[in-house]
Design a protein around this ligand. Structure first.
Ligand code: 5GP
Length: 381
């Protein structure tokens, strides 16, 4: 598969962590600055950043290191801008960027001010050649499409598994306050060997009752009871699903979520918008992060990855990067990997990318815009 073609295809990214998507060059530059101030030892840092094969435990240690150099308002704004630019550069047309709101009293950072710094990053991106389209009126001025690269960005707030119930609830309340600023959902992530599912359940239930979409990191380690409880919660999407046993696969494939349908049909070379005012049932969708599952050996080898089975059974899946910086990948690379490993051709890859539109958490107005992008790409690619 020509790399150039995979890059040109419009793509939808639904599972990208802000601090995991930071450019290596930026990370090293920031580390050098802190080393000059004597806060860290650069060589220790550089060794970890440049390392390629990491265990899952080492990946989470790396995140703690990354947070040491990134967690101030100015840097958060900068990395947000760069991450969005990088996705837009490879024709990601819709991005759900997730990040864990952080509090750091020593520098006057609250969870809210952290998120404001993220939003400043999105704003500065729009002023430097990219179009960030928010639904809120407040952001209308940022959705004037001035350049050829257009990327629609929405935000998911992550709850880290190290947090308490109160802290998780604080994040959900923040997401609700920031709903008009592009925040549309909640993610549960962080080291899967830490924390109890029951700790986060009240906040996640509340989030859903209040109309926020929910995605969960699920099954990164073999914790059968937790995986099943997570599936029983019926999240809109889950990420990874690497350590599922037969019973978990059965649940995943049989569970259906009621959703009010507004969808599209392909008719006469055109996508026709079809509004149906009844509820239909969707399966729990799976965010597949191939490179991120292979590098820390969460999955032993790519040919045994569950992508193949879910794809064959037509279960809803979406290819994602997870942490493009930490795992040195890109969304185009993930599509190319699927092509070379599982033999998907251009038509299948295009369909895989297009179907991801059905799984976005943003509303039907955004879906409609995106389908137009795919309709036009289908004619030229
Ligand atoms: P941030 O939320 O700080 O922008 O992005 C980094 C954080 O995302 C990590 O500290 C971790 O909590 C979460 N994260 C990133 N990648 C993964 C992953 O593969 N699995 C899990 N469970 N959490 C992750």
């Amino acid at each position: 598969m020509e790399e150039e073609w995979v890059c040109i295809v419009p793509k939808v990214e639904l599972h990208a962590h802000l601090n995991g998507s930071i450019r290596n060059s930026t990370l090293l530059e920031l580390a050098r600055e802190l080393a000059q101030k004597g806060t860290i030892v650069f060589s220790d840092f550089e060794h970890v950043i440049r390392k390629n094969d990491r265990t899952l435990r080492e990946v989470f240690k790396l995140f703690d290191l990354i947070h040491v150099v990134t967690t101030d308002h100015k840097t958060i704004t900068r990395i947000t801008k760069e991450v969005v630019e990088d996705f837009a550069a490879e024709n990601v047309v819709y991005l759900e960027l997730r990040t864990t709101p952080k509090r750091n009293d020593s520098i006057g950072m609250s969870k809210r001010s952290y998120m404001e710094a993220v939003i400043d990053g999105l704003r500065s991106t729009s002023s430097s050649n990219l179009d960030i389209n928010f639904s809120s009126d407040d952001f209308e001025k940022f959705s004037k499409f001035k350049t050829e690269k257009k990327i629609i960005v929405r935000l998911l707030l992550s709850i880290d598994r190290r947090e308490s119930t109160a802290s998780a609830m604080e994040t959900v309340n923040l997401a609700l306050e920031m709903k008009g600023m592009g925040v549309i959902g909640i993610d549960l992530s962080g080291n899967p060997t830490v924390g109890e599912w029951e700790t986060f359940l009240p906040a996640l239930k509340f989030a859903r009752e209040q109309g926020l979409s929910v995605t969960l990191h699920c099954g990164e380690v073999p914790t059968s009871v937790e995986i099943q409880s997570m599936l029983d919660f019926l999240p809109g999407r889950i990420g990874h699903a690497c350590c599922f046993e037969d019973e978990e696969w059965r649940k995943l494939k049989s569970y259906k979520i009621p959703v009010d349908l507004c969808s599209y049909i392909y008719f006469n070379d055109m996508f026709v918008y079809l509004a149906v005012f009844i509820s239909i049932f969707f399966c729990i969708q799976v965010e597949i992060c191939l490179t991120s599952n292979i590098r820390p050996e969460t999955i032993s080898s790519i040919d045994v990855h569950h992508f193949a089975n879910l794809y064959k059974e037509n279960h809803p899946i979406v290819l994602c990067t997870d942490d493009s910086g930490v795992f040195s990948t890109s969304l185009s690379n993930e599509y190319a990997l699927v092509s070379s490993t599982f033999g998907l051709g251009k038509l299948e890859l295009f369909e895989l990318a297009r179907k991801a539109v059905d799984f976005i958490f943003a509303g039907n107005d955004v879906k409609k815009e995106l389908m137009k992008v795919y309709e036009s790409a289908a004619r030229t690619l």
